[in-house]
Design a protein around this ligand. Structure first.
Ligand code: HEM
Length: 391
């Protein structure tokens, strides 16, 4: 809870911090990586540093947290904290590291604000930082405690690669050591850590697309990003028999096997959580009412379509509609040309799940809101740092 002394100080300085934060965070990362270069080997993503999305996400989250505390001093923004905590635990962030981030973040704030940073302002923002840090540490400890093992990464051997759609591959792994594996939930992801061509390790999170509840097999489906750093190594170098490091499964956007009607709207490779959910619900004999909506460039580019259609065939109360930007429309499937229209799929009590590129999610989220679905029933998964946290 934010103290009564700090509250007016935060309120008064929020606009200036919000305005300066985009110049504070690059200074923070420069300082932190100069002092702790090891954080760039297997922890922070070099690509996200380069494109600025991680800086934007962190900056946004602190400003959102402070604004939230000012308006709701008794509570914390659970959804945002959960998203960050699940990402952190998949990377192995631990309590001791919060002191490192604090030291370099506040040195960067002091450098940026100069004399404008009075001791009173520094104290108030220190309080906000530690309130947020303590909330995250608590959630993160709880998440670590739920795992079947006490390690961050264990070794998994690639046993199968299957091309699917265009430029996407499903990679299936089996344990390569005797670490006990946690049972995942549909919608969750794992972190994968691999050395890049210069030997520096990088990490990416991938949603499990199949074998969700297996403890002896993990499958992720990954689209190649030719301009990226990680996926070209994964697609072009990883052979059957090779070993990678995978984290335990994390992610708070979980799809339950029973409950109110479900609408899952996805585009492109964003269908991975949908495929995982359909596979798990079919295996559980779920009778949940499910409407699956998928948009893609063309029918052939839709990844995991065979798996999704097979699962749909086993679900008595599930149906699917698809939209394609070009190419011939498939027969025997509800398929339309053009962009997705979510409206017809909605019922008064639908839970809506979205996953795909940000412009797609903006568009379909707006459709759902305009149709009267309350914001708390619209869930979404962003691949990469969640720049919506700043919105
Ligand atoms: C990611 C906030 C402390 C390491 C993130 C994200 C946010 C965030 C918003 C992006 C989440 C997403 O949308 O994917 C914070 C805040 C902190 C904090 C507010 C302190 C109160 C830490 C600490 C570490 C850490 C102590 C460990 C040194 C990371 C890493 C990522 C991340 C490695 C993923 C970044 C990437 O791959 O680019 N954090 N964090 N964070 N955080 Fe933190």
């Amino acid at each position: 809870m934010l103290s009564t002394q700090s509250r007016p100080v935060i309120e008064a300085t929020l606009p200036i911090i919000a305005e300066r934060i985009s110049s504070i965070t690059p200074k923070f990362y420069q300082r932190m990586f100069a002092a702790r270069p090891e954080l760039l080997d297997g922890m922070f993503s070099r690509s996200n540093q380069k494109n600025g999305t991680q800086q934007q996400a962190l900056a946004g989250s602190i400003a959102v947290f402070a604004t939230y505390l000012v308006n709701n001093p008794e509570t914390t923004p659970e959804t945002m904290l959960a998203r960050i905590a699940h990402k952190h635990t998949s990377l192995g962030v631990v309590e001791e590291q919060y002191g490192i981030v604090y030291e370099h973040l506040f040195a960067a704030i002091a450098e940026d604000l100069g004399d404008a940073l009075t001791p009173e302002i520094a104290d108030a923002w220190t309080e906000v930082y530690w309130l947020m840090a303590q909330a995250l540490i608590k959630i993160e400890k709880g998440l670590y405690a739920q795992q079947a093992n006490a390690t961050i990464y264990s070794n998994w051997k690639l046993v199968e690669r299957t091309e699917t759609g265009v430029d996407s591959v499903s990679f299936s792994f089996e344990p390569a050591d005797d670490t006990a594996a946690t049972v995942a939930k549909p919608g969750q992801f794992v972190s994968m850590r691999m050395p890049m061509t210069d030997g520096i390790r990088q990490v990416r999170q991938f949603t499990l697309s199949n074998d969700v509840q297996s403890t002896t097999r993990r499958t992720v489906t990954v689209k190649l990003d030719v301009d990226g750093e990680f996926t070209p190594v994964l697609h072009n170098s990883l052979k059957v028999g090779d070993v990678v490091e995978l984290s335990n499964p994390y992610g708070d956007l979980v799809i339950d096997t029973e409950g109110s009607p479900l609408v899952i709207a996805t585009a492109g490779i964003g269908c991975t959580p949908s495929a995982a959910a359909l596979q798990t619900l079919a295996a559980a004999g779920s009778t949940r009412e499910i409407t699956v909506l998928h948009a893609d460039q063309e029918f052939a580019s839709w990844p995991l379509r065979e798996q999704m259609l097979e699962s749909l065939g086993q679900l008595p109360n599930a149906k699917i509609s698809t939209w394609f930007e070009r190419g011939e429309l498939p027969e025997g499937l509800d398929a339309k040309a053009g962009y997705m229209d979510l409206t017809e799929a909605l019922t008064a009590d639908s839970q809506v799940y979205l996953c795909g590129p940000l412009p797609f999610m903006h568009a379909v989220r707006s459709q759902a809101l305009a149709a009267g679905v309350p914001a708390e029933r619209i869930h979404y998964e962003v691949f990469g740092p969640d720049v919506w946290l700043a919105a």
